[in-house]
Design a protein around this ligand. Sequence first.
Ligand code: 3PG
Length: 475
Amino acid sequence: MSGSLSSSVSPERVGLVGLGRIGRNLALNLKDGGVEVVGFDHAPEALAHAVRDGLIAVPSIEALLDALAPPRLVMLALPAGAATEGVLQALLPRLVAGDIIVDLGNAHFDDTAERVRRLRAREVGFLGVGVAGGESGARYGAALMAGGESSAWARVAPVLRKAAARLDGRPQVALLGPEGSGHLAKVAHNAAEYAEMAAIAEIYTFLERILDLGPEETARLFDRWARDDGASYLLEITANILRRDDPLTQRPLIEVVLDRVEHTGTGLWAVQAAQAAGVAVPQVTAALELRLISREQEGRRRRSRDWPRGTVERPDPNEAVPVLENALLLARIGGLVQALELAHEVARSRGWRLALARMLRIWRAGGIVRSPLLQRFEQAVPELSRPGGLLFEPWLARRIRELLPSLRRTVAFAARAGLPVPSLSACLFWLEARHQTSLPTRMTAAQRDYFGGHGVVRADRQGRYHLDGTRVQAG
Ligand code: 3PG
């Protein structure tokens, strides 16, 4: 392949399997930092692209391993599941004690934990590293969240520091915990990402459909919000997207984009893992489910024909815009709280100590959810283990109360207008429910005993009872 593979072994030579968009950009980033990356990809086009970009590429996994001196460091940047496991199976017979594999893909954290344990038995190190920040993050500074054993980490850290996003000039990358902790941190990041993206999209749609604002006016608003206290990368790119014209038709770009959104799995894992660990993440669930509904193009089109429209007066934009800004900020706060509760509880259920404040610093340096707002959450992390939880942290509790009337107004107005705002509605339901002493679940509890004999917890005495007043027998 490339002729630049010399026989002398650099102390910073690493292998990389997977030269797709993320892998290739990470390799270029590492190369800029003085790390020599030897790359391989099963797809000939990806190999050729890497060579065109000046990277060292070899034609097989064997050649890749031969190019590295043991103990070797081999990174994987592959789709999760079969692709990652397939390469691992090909590597395994050729690995020797002391070699280290670093999985930079979006693997499920439980798969990563199993691989850490499986390879430990072979004395091969395995680290699962969540990579956030998209393609440009991979190229110029990624949010890198590692999980696994500290012995492997000591060897890998100096390499990953070269590719990490920086905060105040210092690379932000850390071993966040054992086993699958790094990939769990990535899932939590994406949970926050799903929630923020959905909230922005719903507020944008409100501005467009109910306030009747065009792309230029909405771009100006998002630009302003992207500079306020609640600034964020996603607000910034929203304004940029709204300013772009479609190169094919010269129309505003957003107008030619279909409303269909796919997903690649981390949002689904977030919802599944959170629910299994007993944590409600309704904004993430709503965001995911709206994506699922968005795929049903033809059915929606047919049913829309005689669907009764909501009727509302167009509100005064001067009054409505600050309300929407507040509602959006509150939904972003809600999404972050849910992502942190998810990370905290799922880690706890696996027995992993996850360094959440450190994780948030990494997100703040280079995550798609990067925002100065995250600094507040870093300080609030200890509240997660206290009885009032994160929502009781004084700054958050005060901000939530200040912003709540705006979210209530926005959701109520959208409901009257017939505009679905699932993630905003989910945030509101979740906040209302988390702040009630009596939920509409009392009847559900009684019904479960009535037809299923499950018993109820009584308000006036200890223990579980049936509705006929008898105690529930143990077992
Ligand atoms: C990722 O972070 O892997 C994706 O870019 C975001 O997830 P999605 O493809 O499910 O939107």
